[in-house]
Structures are given as C-alpha cells and as structure tokens.
Design a protein around this ligand. Structure first.
Ligand code: SOE
Length: 377
C-alpha cells in the first residue's frame, strides 16, 4: 500500500489545472511509495473554488491560504497563485512544516527568492519549483547527451519563447485573468514569465551565466486596469532580448515576446558544440534534432530523434514505443520526481535554492535593459 501525501493547492487558474491533473494521473503510470491525495484547494471566491474542487476531486475548500497552511491534515502546499503571493505563502507554509511545490518563477526578485530558500532550509522541508520544460523527455535526453560530453566544447546556446496574445491595445491589464500584464503582481513581463523557463533550462543544460546585456520594450504604454477601471501605465516588459556569456566560455542569445504574430507558445532552444549540435522546439516537443560531426562524412546530417522509445527518459512509463506524449505529461513527471525524491531522501531539482540562479539572471537582464550596460549576474 502506498503512503498518502496530502496536497493543499492554492490558486485554481491554468497552473492549478495542470498540477491537479498531474496529481490525479501520476500513480496510474509511475510506481511510487507515495500517492498524492487532493485534500484541499484554496481560493478567495468560495463558489468558484467549490466548482474547481468538484471538477478535480478535492475533498475540501478554504478561502484563506493562512488557514490552509495551518491545517494539520495537509503535508504539502502547492503554490499556483500570481507571483506576488509566492513569498508570503511559502514562508508561512515552511513555518508550519509543510513541503512546498511552487509554480515558476520562484519569486518577484532574487531577494524574495533568498528569503524563501532560507525558510525552507531552516524548516528542513522538501521543496521544488515547477519548471516543467526540463521534464519534456526530449529536453531531458538533450541533457543526457550534453552531459555525456558528446557535443564537445560548447560554443553557442540560443533560446526563444514567442507568443502573440497581448498585441491588442484593447486588452486590459490586471485582475484574475490578466495579472501577467501587471508588474506589481507579476514582477516583470516576458522576462520573468517566459525567459525564466529558457534561463532555467539553459542553466541546467549549459551551466552558469556570468554577464548579460539586454534590451526590453513595452509596445503598449497604457492599458485599462481591470481592478481600478482606469487607464494606467503598463510597466511590464512586452519583449526582451539579451545576449550573455556562460561560465563554460560559450555565448548565449535569448529572445522573448508576446508580439510575435502567429506564435502561440514557440519555445525553441539550440546548442552548438565542437562535435555536434542539438535543437528542440516545443511545437514538436517529442522530437530532438541531433547533428553528430563524428558520423561518416557522406552520411552526416541532422537526425530527428522521435523521443518515444522505452529507453528514452520517462517514456517506459507511458504507452508502447512510437506513441508520443505532450505538455501535460511534463507536470506528471515533475510530481513523479518529487514523490520519488521523498523516498530517496534527496532534493527534487530545481529546488528553491537552485531556482534563485534563474532569478539572479532575470534581475541582471532587467537591470541591464534599464541601464543600457552589461550586468554581472
Ligand atoms: C504565459 O502565457 C504562459 O502560460 C506561462 O506563464 C507559462 O509558464 C508557459 O509555460 C506558457 O505560457
């Protein structure tokens, strides 16, 4: 009989759904010592919270997260709120001895992240941040290939995250649906929301970043605020591009925007080494492109690896070889890894401490864009 791990989820938006789905599915596919129990969901609007609980099978509801984190029947708090609440909930949850799974980005800035990491370490509670794209099997396979040394010395790393959903000037900012456009709630725009994913993956695949030089732009300067009803200044970055130097000597180029007409969630990454290169694209997420210079000359070319075989990362847990999986499964993998880490008594990466590194790069990028100068991380 596996052991229960009682989950208290705070927030029921898009991420609340992806996480709940993962908790429900994980034990159907992974053999684990623990199984998540959907104990309680918490949100301010009782009726909506109850409707979410009914849809996803949560046993109870709360409307105040302070009460949730004090409940004796909760083992782990899952933070799916807008970014400005992450810190307070995490500090209170840690003080109550709860494990914490926090949605990305960890915090509004590095200073908050430091406080959060110190709190979970002081409490000695398990913690992780939901940077789910690490757990796309093709991306995990890229990590294995890079770590094997097969690419040789790395020269370049580049990543893009392109969307187009904020182009209309009529779109308001703020409120439950559009808090990502309000810097007071989100911390920043595309840098903290989208580039944070690219930075997390880059640090994991290619190591630390030492210096950055960035530019940002806010294309629409004023938008009506959903909560005040007034037209207010927009202070998020709508687009951001930066170049950087990695500790291993390679050069990085990153770009993100919500103004790339035609692109919905195009996360792409590429790494070029002396002996080979890898490319990955979220819109074709089960494939990894690999060029191996060691191949025989006349046969050299880009291979498109369909990452669906049972010896590919995570894939033996799913269907039969050749049948692929998708976006939602990355969250299932994160829960599986978190539960396994409890059995192994090991941290589940990225931990709060590890995610501060992403936060530092985000802060350096925003600082560089403001000063028009190179920034040290
Ligand atoms: C924004 O549109 C968003 O939902 C991000 O917040 C997610 O982290 C990203 O995975 C998809 O896009």
């Amino acid at each position: 009989m596996s052991k229960p791990l009682n989950i208290g989820l705070v927030g029921y938006g898009f991420m609340g759904r992806t996480h709940s789905n993962a908790y429900r599915k994980v034990n159907n596919f992974f053999e684990l010592e623990y199984h998540p129990v959907l104990k309680a969901v918490c949100a301010r609007d009782q009726a909506k919270c109850q409707a979410f609980a009914d849809t996803w099978g949560y046993e109870s509801t709360e409307t105040d997260w302070r009460k949730l984190v004090e409940r004796k029947d909760i083992d782990a708090i899952d933070i799916c709120t807008p970014n400005n609440l992450h810190k307070d909930i995490a500090l209170a949850a840690a003080a109550n001895g709860k494990m914490i799974l926090c949605e990305k980005p960890l915090s509004m800035n590095t200073a908050e992240g430091e406080e959060m990491a110190a709190a979970v370490e002081k409490a000695g509670v398990a913690n992780t941040v939901w940077y789910n794209y690490r757990r796309v099997p093709a991306v995990t396979l890229a990590k294995q290939i890079i770590d094997s040394g097969r690419l040789g010395k790395i020269f370049h790393y580049r990543a893009n995250f392109l969307q187009d959903w904020t182009i209309s000037a009529d779109l308001p900012q703020g409120g439950a649906a559009l808090w990502r456009l309000d810097a007071a709630v989100a911390g920043s725009g595309v840098t903290g929301d989208l580039l944070a994913h690219c930075i997390d993956t880059a640090l994991w695949l290619n190591g630390g970043i030492s210096t950055v030089n960035a530019m940002t732009e806010t294309f629409i300067k004023e938008r009506k605020h959903t909560l005040t009803g007034k037209v207010e200044k927009v202070s998020i970055d709508d687009a951001c591009a930066f170049m950087c130097r990695f500790d291993n000597g390679s050069l990085g180029l990153f770009e993100s925007t919500r103004y790339a007409r035609g692109h919905k969630a195009l996360y792409t990454l590429e790494i070029n080494g002396e002996n080979g290169s890898l490319k990955w694209d979220l819109h074709d997420l089960h494939r990894l492109q690999f060029f191996d210079y060691k191949d025989e000359g006349i046969l050299r070319g880009w291979r498109s690896i369909h990452v669906s075989d049972s010896d590919h990362p995570y894939m033996k847990h799913w269907w039969v070889p050749g049948l692929q999986i998708g976006y939602e499964h990355t969250f299932v993998h994160q829960v599986a890894d978190f539960l396994q880490s409890l059995s192994d008594k090991k941290p589940c990466s990225p931990t709060f401490r590890e995610s501060i590194e992403t936060q530092k790069v985000v802060d350096a990028v925003l600082g560089s864009a403001k000063s028009n100068l190179w920034s040290s991380v």
